[in-house]
Design a protein. Structure first.
Length: 266
């Protein structure tokens, strides 16, 4: 069960406790968590279709993923699937949008931010980009090599820097599942005395926020076709995610429909 939400704030969908907040409520919940600064870090994940398919094939990882403190539905197909449940999700809450809103709030609230991600050696360039897009943001960046391992020296260095900086928000932009494994390791290993209350797994959010990649037009996002925009933008890299993975999602959806029927009969 999601540790930070009561049952009334979540629905059981794909065996995940997904929060039923709208975007504004989610932003406020995460901002409040970032500002409180006590206890173990809270891990935030935002599952989409690709995540659901991967989790279905990796039972052990899914058990870990389910322990995230905040789970929000990133993909519209996940929101649509909530119609099978006794309660519906009001809207999608994407990691990309939360990244932007929390960076803006971090400026006004004077919150420290640490970001793990980006291309190797890109720290200076990204620092300049953040200063341009979010002037006044206090951010430390670490761009690991392509060989980054969540239990390797680079991960150890990231944890050392986080302990030294004690940021309010840690953004992990490594892609699934590396970012989640690092986030859960950080939650487990960070001393209670260290101030780092919020750890968010946000994939390519930084690239969208800094205009290094263009997001789909808003109308495409609203009707659930952002995946098509991304596929057409990066077909070589994403074709498998949005074709093979998408077809597997159909089978998972049928099983979830039967599971939801069984839950309603209990």
């Amino acid at each position: 069960m999601n540790q930070s939400a009561t049952p009334s704030q979540t629905i059981d969908l794909f065996e995940l406790s997904i929060r039923t907040e709208n975007f504004a409520q989610a932003h406020r919940s995460l901002l409040d968590a970032a500002k409180q600064g006590s206890g173990r870090p809270k891990v935030v994940v935002t599952p989409n279709v690709d995540h659901i398919v991967r989790l279905d094939a990796q039972a052990e990882f899914k058990q870990l993923y389910k322990t995230a403190d905040y789970i929000y539905a990133d993909g519209m197909p996940v929101v649509w699937a909530s119609r099978m449940s006794s309660a519906r999700l009001p809207e999608r809450v994407t990691g990309a949008d939360l990244f932007v809103s929390l960076c803006r709030s971090a400026v006004t609230e004077k919150l420290r931010v640490f970001m793990l991600g980006g291309m190797p050696g890109q720290e200076a360039e990204l620092k300049a980009d953040f200063a341009r897009v979010y002037p006044g943001l206090e951010i430390t960046l670490l761009c690991p090599s392509m060989k980054f391992s969540t239990d390797g020296d680079e991960a150890n260095e990231a944890i050392r820097q986080i302990i030294a900086l004690q940021p309010h928000i840690v953004f992990v932009c490594l892609g699934m599942p590396k970012q989640e494994h690092f986030a859960f390791r950080l939650r487990k290993e960070l001393p209670d005395s260290v101030h780092a209350p919020l750890v968010m797994c946000v994939g390519a959010a930084m690239e969208f926020a800094l205009n290094k990649k263009k997001r789909a037009p808003l109308w495409m996002q609203k009707i659930g076709f952002e995946w098509l925009w991304r596929l057409l933008s990066e077909p070589r890299r994403l074709w498998q995610r949005y074709t093979v993975q998408g077809s597997k999602y159909g089978g998972i959806l049928l099983r979830e429909h039967k599971r939801q029927q069984a839950l309603r009969q209990q």
